[in-house]
Design a protein. Structure first.
Length: 282
């Protein structure tokens, strides 16, 4: 579908990443042509802010299914009753947030997920923003010599900070069991988007364990520099949640960070993950 036929308007949020989608009616089913336009916008801008939410779980699943198959129940977090694909992220005074780290969802998997969708259920009166970073923009900002060196390196991604969750839940035995269940994967540090071919920096402070072939001190220093680069504001967009927002992002080349600045208020979000891009093989 051409630019003139797009059934909505796009408003750029920052030069690096993110657009707001206007004039799209989420109360109606998203047809294939509209989904294709959203998909094209996602490839171009990586984060889409839709209006018209929050969507009931079934409608959220229907929206996600237009892009591909849905992930089932998360290994750590609960889900909405009757909707295993809709994960509930509930934090507050009784369950303080403990994962305020830049990350790409489930990067420890070899079959890393394609798309995530997030909407607020209970929004704190202050704080609780979500930040997104473009790893394409970070890649392009690397000095050519460093970029060339990184193209020869890979890094291990594992369960990362989830080790703390499982240890607190069931001690070392459960932690080891979950680590065996979840496993780990190795990704090139300079990766490429499977559809557009654009290069991006593929490390994150939550799940990237170490760089293959380097000593641990060398690995820590290199990763610390790259993590610091990702955290720079010029590569980011900050989403200040409103009740009607539904946010989609392409996990292949982005990271996000949930600001943990809202206690003593409660923050409840609903998240859905699309595992595979149904257009990727086309």
């Amino acid at each position: 579908m051409g630019q003139g036929a797009r059934p909505f308007e796009l408003i750029r949020l920052t030069p690096a990443i993110g657009v707001e989608v206007r004039s799209l009616d989420l109360s109606a089913e998203v047809d294939e042509a509209t989904a294709d336009c959203l998909y094209d916008a996602l490839l171009d801008h990586h984060v889409l802010v839709l209006r018209g939410g929050p969507l009931p779980p079934a409608r959220l699943e229907a929206l996600g299914s237009t892009f591909g198959p849905l992930a089932q129940a998360h290994h750590t977090y609960p889900n909405v009753d009757g909707h295993p694909s809709v994960t509930v992220l509930d934090t507050g005074p009784d369950n303080p947030p403990d994962n305020a780290e830049w990350h790409t969802d489930l990067s420890f998997r070899t079959d890393r997920p394609f798309l995530s969708i997030l909407q607020p259920d209970i929004r704190p009166s202050v704080g609780g923003d979500t930040l997104f970073a473009s790893l394409f923009a970070v890649h392009d900002a690397l000095m050519p010599g460093l970029r060339s060196d990184l193209e020869e390196l890979s890094a291990v991604h594992d369960m990362g900070s989830f080790r703390n969750h499982t240890y607190a839940e069931g001690g070392v035995d459960l932690m080891n069991e979950r680590m065996t269940e979840v496993g780990s994967s190795v990704h090139p540090i300079i990766d490429h988007h499977p559809v557009t071919g654009k290069p991006f920096l593929h490390v994150n402070e939550c799940f990237t364990s170490h760089v293959v072939g380097l000593t641990m001190p060398e690995s820590r220093r290199l990763l610390a520099y790259l993590f610091d680069l990702i955290a720079r504001p010029q590569f980011q967009v900050r989403i200040r949640w409103e009740d009607d927002m539904v946010v989609l992002w392409d996990n292949r080349g982005t990271q996000h960070y949930a600001a943990d600045d809202y206690l003593p208020h409660r923050r409840v979000m609903q998240r859905l993950i699309v595992t595979t891009d149904r257009r990727e093989a086309v």
